[in-house]
Design a binder for this molecule. Structure first.
Ligand SMILES: *[C@@H]1O[C@H](CO)[C@@H](O)[C@H](O)[C@H]1NC(C)=O
Ligand SMILES: *[C@@H]1O[C@H](CO)[C@@H](O)[C@H](O)[C@H]1NC(C)=O
Ligand SMILES: *[C@@H]1O[C@H](CO)[C@@H](O)[C@H](O)[C@H]1NC(C)=O
Ligand SMILES: *[C@@H]1O[C@H](CO)[C@@H](O)[C@H](O)[C@H]1NC(C)=O
Ligand SMILES: [Cu+2]
Length: 388
């Protein structure tokens, strides 16, 4: 039953006739195979690395003691509820950065820092590593300040992409990250710098079901892709309390969360270098690719490049971005510790090339550390996790 991935992938990419049984046209199954390949390679190559964190003594990060980040769908109801409870706790913690005065609580702090850094963390050399570190700091806050004992879950894009209403991430149950928004009449969303139009889903207003109904967000929107979403604010001192909005948009997820796109970035032409990988994962002007499709499948607040962390599902989405980065790194070790690109959004305004010594600036969320410290998720500096 199980086919060998490599010839099957060749068949898909190059159009040869597949003679070895069922074609691997199911993206979720292909991803499972990529995961198994990555795990096998990790077991082969992983040598324990001594932690350099002060106070850690001779504690090392190993495959055996690493945190394990899971698919939301594979967590039990109680584990999901524990995660949700910890996220709610962030709303009750005080804001840490007085410069970003619109932030009313610690949940908002993450939105504020992301908004402040937007032009220096997207379409840049640090896109993958900055968001990797942000996800880790979020996970640490949940664990250290909100009593969460699990790890960061991810949204598997390749399941339910044709019916997001049934996705355990978005089904609106009390074990989801909330359902669709109330109906809001609007003419779809303009994405990829306005070059692609996506038709509306059935929502667009306040999220109407799930655990975060009644929770207030305070920052943005700055550049929402959804038509008719105003007023727009431009700085982190502008307090704009409101409900979180969504418009679950299958036009984004069905078209993009495909086997073809998954294979391209993991084994195909787009996997060859860090430059190709990150550009194809993010999408360039006028294309909608995996990273963008997740944002625009959420729609509403999740579709604003500046303030998308207002949607609590942002973290599950970026955990999936990080998981693909992780799989790609393991399968492409010669490229895994490189960066490509400059330090401004798609080099606008023109800027120098990024380097692995550039610091990941998190403002009040955590200490700035160099990019090179987060290449290895088992490096212990400070990361120590894997995905399953
Ligand atoms: C980010 O925050 C810093 C510190 O408050 C501020 O000087 C800078 O202007 C902000 N940048 C943007 C683009 O908001
Ligand atoms: C909706 O927006 C698209 C893209 O801007 C445009 O082509 C289309 O005519 C608009 N439709 C309506 C009914 O306004
Ligand atoms: C695969 O990625 C390459 C390199 O980024 C790109 O040129 C090509 O269009 C992609 N193929 C598909 C089918 O999207
Ligand atoms: C970055 O990657 C692109 C391919 O996406 C490549 O054309 C370019 O030469 C690379 N830049 C550097 C400085 O390596
Ligand atoms: Cu971002």
């Amino acid at each position: 039953m199980r086919f060998s991935l490599v010839p099957a992938v060749g068949a898909l990419l190059f159009g040869a006739t597949l003679i070895t049984g069922a074609p691997p046209n199911d993206a979720a199954e292909i991803l499972q195979d990529l995961q198994r390949q990555a795990e096998a390679k990790l077991r082969e190559t992983n040598k324990p690395t001594p932690s350099t964190r002060p106070g850690d003594g001779d504690q090392t990060c190993t495959l055996a003691n690493a945190a394990v980040r899971k698919d939301w769908e594979h967590m039990s109801s109680n584990q999901k509820k524990d995660y949700i409870k910890a996220v709610k706790c962030l709303w009750k913690l005080p804001s840490v950065d007085p410069d970003f005065s619109a932030a009313q609580n610690h949940f908002d702090d993450f939105v504020a820092v992301h908004m402040n850094q937007t032009n220096f963390i997207h379409g840049t050399a640090n896109f993958l590593t900055w968001h990797r570190y942000m996800m880790w700091l979020w996970e640490q806050k949940l664990r250290n300040q909100c009593g969460y004992t699990g790890y960061l879950p991810y949204w598997n894009w390749f399941k339910h992409q044709d019916d997001l209403y049934k996705s355990p991430v978005f089904d609106g149950s009390d074990t989801s990250l909330g359902g669709d928004g109330e109906y809001f009449a609007h003419n779809g969303s303009l994405v990829s710098a306005g070059r692609i139009w996506l038709p509306s889903g059935k929502g667009g207003g306040c999220v109407k079901s799930g655990p975060f109904v009644g929770y207030t967000i305070n920052i943005g929107p700055v550049q929402p892709a959804m038509q008719g979403y105003t007023p727009v604010v431009t700085d982190v001192k502008h307090l704009n309390p409101r409900c979180q909005r969504r418009d679950l948009t299958m036009a984004a997820s069905t078209s993009t969360f495909t086997a073809e796109n998954l294979l391209n970035v993991t084994l195909g032409p787009a996997s060859a270098t860090i430059g190709h990988f990150q550009d194809e994962l993010q999408g360039t002007y006028g294309t909608l690719r995996l990273h963008g499709a997740g944002h625009h499948a959420m729609g509403g607040d999740g579709g604003d490049v500046f303030t998308s962390p207002n949607d609590p599902a942002f973290y599950l989405h970026h955990a999936m971005v990080d998981r693909l980065f992780w799989i790609w790194q393991i399968l492409h070790p010669a490229e895994a510790n490189k960066v490509n690109g400059t330090i401004t959004f798609r080099n606008t305004p023109p800027s120098r090339e990024g380097t692995v010594d550039d610091m990941l600036d998190m403002r009040g969320l955590g200490p700035a550390i160099p990019i090179k410290d987060v290449f290895n998720t088992l490096g212990g500096t400070p990361l120590c996790y894997i995905y399953v």
